[in-house]
Design a protein around this ligand. Structure first.
Ligand SMILES: C[S@@+](CC[C@H](N)C(=O)[O-])C[C@H]1O[C@@H](n2cnc3c(N)ncnc32)[C@H](O)[C@@H]1O
Length: 148
């Protein structure tokens, strides 16, 4: 992804790192955590470390923007298997998703995706797995208050 970003915007600076261990000697007007990356912070201490790190680099009146899964909603319609398909540059890419709610922690689920890339009669398969977390709004507010 960094290589793609650099190709698209060669004049910008991109750093690859772990958001739980932000160590940047610079301050910013905004911080954006995109594409449900926040949901990979499955433990409270990981959320706290991330938010504290962000608080250190955000200027006064700076803005933090992030998305996540709403635990009041996501578990209502979490289904066993879903599928998406797109056509891109002579390729057909199919993603099959499987989500299984954790028995140990009601906020977590195991997500597994199989990507099937078809091009010119050839098929390649890739797997992506992660443990993800959904947050309730009260819980999120408390986590945010704890870190500022
Ligand atoms: C669903 S992908 C979204 C990718 C991309 N941000 C986008 O918007 O298309 C979630 C990404 O979060 C990354 N991620 C998970 N934990 C992270 C962490 N502690 N620090 C930085 N990135 C993390 C994963 O590697 C994965 O690439």
């Amino acid at each position: 992804m960094i290589n793609i970003a650099l190709r698209e915007y060669p004049d910008l600076r991109f750093i690859c790192g772990d958001m739980r261990e932000l160590d940047i000697d610079h301050t910013f007007d905004s911080v954006i955590i995109t594409g449900r990356s926040f949901s990979y912070l499955t433990e409270d201490n990981e959320v706290n470390d991330t938010l504290r790190g962000i608080n250190n680099i955000l200027r006064k009146n700076g803005i933090l923007i992030f998305d996540n899964f709403n635990s009041y909603k996501i578990f209502e319609d979490i289904t066993e298997i879903t599928e998406q398909k797109i056509e891109l540059e002579n390729k057909t890419i199919t993603r099959q998703n499987r989500s299984v709610r954790s028995e140990k922690n009601p906020h977590l689920w195991e997500w597994e995706a199989t990507y099937i890339v078809e091009k010119g009669g050839k098929k390649q398969e890739y797997k992506d797995r992660a443990t993800l977390r959904a947050f309730g709004s009260d819980e999120l507010i408390n986590l945010l208050i704890d870190t500022i």
